[in-house]
Design a protein around this ligand. Sequence first.
Ligand code: 6PG
Length: 243
Amino acid sequence: MKPNIEILPDSFLLANHAAQLICAQAISEKNLFTLALSGGSTPKRLHELLADPNGSYREKLPWDRMHFFWSDERPVGPDHPESNYRMANEAMLSRVAIPPGNIHRIPGEKPSTEEAADVYQTELRSFFGLVNDQPPRLDLVLLGMGEDGHTASIFPGSEVLQEKRKLIAAPWVEKLHTHRITMTLPVLNNAAAVLFLVSGEDKAAMVNEVINGEPGRFPAQRIYPSNGSLTWLLDEAAGSKLP
Ligand code: 6PG
């Protein structure tokens, strides 16, 4: 599958273009629009743009029909500075009129990450009416990428890369000395659309490796929706090593 690759001049225009794409897809969706947010710092400006009262998107977006999930979370509570939910809530969700039932956060505060993963898997199964190991089909999954080629909380060498049945896993991440809670590849690759948002020169070498390098070496290379679109949105710095 050849991904769509779009390069924007800078990180602001990158966030703005992502907002345009999300807004267009949300409006075109006549029923519920289900999207998974990514963690990390890159999406913050996108979130702010979508909720900006003086911006181009807030009034257009069908917030009452939008259901928010997370592709991964840290083992912390919703008020913790490292919480992916907290970032999205402060930058966007707390600033718009969205029914609380439309927000499906990962309960990172659970005593064990295994328990948090099980609880979230049950929530996905009930919300999407899934049977057995059937993965949900999210309308849109937003992902970031680390300099090491990780995405969501699927890191190089992680046992999650082999996971075929679980929808949500709680892998140990050696380099971070912690567990994480993450959607698995069957879920991410069952999405109707996946949108990578990557910014900064520090990611340029890995962006080129992932897109043009030997396949299957890095977790981000394992993202290719079986029946959906794959788009890489980059700023010029992140795309600077692409041929
Ligand atoms: C997380 C993310 C992770 C993130 C990348 C990029 O919880 O950390 O989901 O996969 O997207 O690490 O992070 P930055 O956007 O901060 O560079």
